[in-house]
Design a protein around this ligand. Structure first.
Ligand code: FA5
Length: 345
């Protein structure tokens, strides 16, 4: 019995040696280790043997079975690898070739600046709102204390959608984000703290610091006891968060019909450190925003009592921020879509 089991093992291993395909391996398994194989039959016949012999032969038969199954697994692995190698050769696929790098996208520098500005003001308690790019004359001018023929309309060279003779129901591309002050105050009661990012349009020749489409962020705070000191504190804090504590910030009087008093805020030019260059028009300063205390006429227009409530508003040019931070000396670079420029940020 022992001899015939060893013979079975040798025969099975010799046959396994000859197997060259996965399909053949399966029929080898059925033949040599399956239910009807001689080996399984030998294991079944153990019951009729005396106990001593049964132990000896039983353990040998099991050892042979385990051995054959192990060899079969090795052979299977070998055949699978061989099959994969020949498949890859036929397909002509070279898996050692390095893959193609997919270029990773990134946010436009103006979007990055918008995100940063919004994050600073939301930390101060402002909420974000958005409004339409195509606006009524009423919101863009009239309700902001700029009636027709007011000389301040010249400050905002306008792209008209309808004839401007139509009056307050004429449509235009908003020249600033300030019309959102009115839209918000029409709907909300004080206290109000809101921030409005958005596109604005001006019908003017472009140069290093002026585009005909640019982004602004409007800020509006209305409450009891809001003073100029709150406006100054808020804007100083913002400038220091964005540009660093050491950057000089300048407040100067300015005129906007919808605020009284009005100010202009400029930041020391990073490009020339205040010495004067093309970017700052050789002044050493770059104006980033206009601001002021909301004019009582504007509050009255939206039925907010100016005796009870006061507030401040500001509107900043967004492109000027990355220009200052990165020393970019021409605003037009942002919208030329030159990937060599954009991928630096
Ligand atoms: C305004 O647009 C006012 N609405 C700002 C304001 C809001 C004042 C609330 C008071 C209260 P101004 O025209 O100065 O103001 O524009 C504000 C900022 O937008 C400027 O400081 C500048 O940074 C930017 N800006 C103006 N015109 C252009 C332009 N053509 N291209 C790029 N940025 C511009």
């Amino acid at each position: 019995m022992i001899k015939s089991l060893e013979k079975l093992r040798l025969e099975a291993l010799a046959e396994l040696e000859q197997v060259s395909e996965l399909k053949e391996l399966e029929s080898w398994r059925v033949r040599c280790t399956g239910k009807k194989s001689k080996l399984t039959q030998a294991l079944r016949s153990l019951a009729s043997l005396p106990l001593d012999e049964r132990r000896k032969i039983g353990s040998l038969a099991n050892e042979i079975k385990v051995d054959l199954e192990l060899r079969m697994d090795e052979k299977k692995k070998f055949l699978e690898e061989e099959h994969m190698a020949s498949f890859l050769k036929q397909e002509g696929l070279d898996i050692t070739l390095p893959g193609k790098l997919m270029p990773t996208g990134r946010l436009h520098p103006v979007t990055q600046a918008l995100d940063e500005i919004c994050s600073i003001f939301t930390r101060m308690g402002f909420q974000i709102a958005e409004g339409p790019d195509v606006e009524w004359d009423y919101y863009n001018f009239e309700a902001l204390n700029i009636p027709p023929e007011h000389p301040a309309r010249d400050m905002f060279a306008t792209f008209w959608v309808d004839s401007k003779e139509t009056g307050e129901s004429a449509r235009l591309l908003r020249t600033h984000t300030s019309p959102m002050q009115i839209r918000i105050m029409e709907k909300e009661q004080p206290p109000i703290r809101v921030l409005v990012p958005g596109r604005t349009y001006r019908y003017e020749a472009t140069d290093a610091t002026h585009e005909s489409m640019f982004y602004q962020v409007e800020g509006l705070a209305i409450d009891t006891n809001i003073t100029m000191a709150d406006l100054k504190g808020t804007l100083f804090e913002f400038c220091h968060c964005l540009f660093g504590e050491e950057r000089k910030v300048r407040f100067r009087c300015d005129y906007f019909p919808f605020v009284e008093p009005g100010v202009e805020v400029a930041v020391e030019c990073l490009n020339c450190h205040g010495k004067g260059c093309r970017l700052c028009g050789y002044s050493g300063w770059l104006e980033i925003l206009g601001a002021g205390m909301v004019h009582p006429n504007v509050l009255k227009r939206v039925a907010i009592d100016p005796e009870k409530y006061t507030g401040f508003a500001f509107g900043m040019g967004v492109e000027r921020i990355p220009m200052l931070c990165y020393g970019i000396d021409d605003i037009r670079l942002f919208y030329n879509n030159d990937i060599r420029f954009l991928k630096q940020f």
